[in-house]
Design a protein around this ligand. Sequence first.
Ligand code: KIV
Ligand code: NA
Length: 274
Amino acid sequence: MRTTTADFARMKAEGRPIPMVTCYDYASALIVARAGLRFILVGDSLGQVMLGHDDTLRVSLDEMISHSAAVVRGAPDALVIGDLPFLSYAMVDDAVRSAGRMMREAGVRAVKLEGGRSMAPIVRRMVELGIPVVGHLGFTPQSAHQIGIRVQGRTLETAADLIADAHALEQAGACAVVLELVPAPLAAAITKRLKVPTIGIGAGAGCSGQVQVWHDLLGLFDRPPFRHARQYAAIGPAIEEALRGYAGEVTAGVFPTAANAASMDEGLVAEAVA
Ligand code: KIV
Ligand code: NA
């Protein structure tokens, strides 16, 4: 059965934590689906973990569409949420056009955008037009050059701002709100006050769900995990070992064997080359 944004509300109402993972390509999406995860985010973290940029700002809408479409092909029954990239939703018209392309060309069934009260009118119009919108508050990577990469909402004033932003997104019709790098007690308080689920990353166990970046979960990079992450496998070293094995066998003449290619009568080949 297809997972929809209605499942967000249902899971929160039933008190069932929501596991979400980022994903950026077809082969990985097949694995996500096989693992039974039903909530997928095609994050613009794509810029860093897939494309090697320093930040998310260079990711284009075309790149988001291409990768999101691949993920939807791999996990057609999951709720695939696509990030709207930097400046692709600055005005209502931009937001509607960008989200429209993500839904029609890539097939995502929700989009995510960063920002709180200032985004509320845009979110409201999108929702009126039938676009399911997920909000994103706390550390918002598209603003990293303004706010730095750090925990948000630690002071009375910024905590109150975050709470007001979360309420504004819910009132504008957002179906869920991502909380990134928000102190756990504040994220828990916001979660209690909202009807829609919060999805945390570095925001503690009091959120309605968790989202983690594929590469962090699976240990694809040769670096210690972030504080907010946990490595559930060491896939990077496993791939490295496999590649060494492959290269070693080619070098040693062990691969391929006769079984790895079609055979043909040697006499026929001799005649053909004559
Ligand atoms: O781009 C991304 O992966 C995200 C999540 C970390 C929430 O926005
Ligand atoms: Na993102």
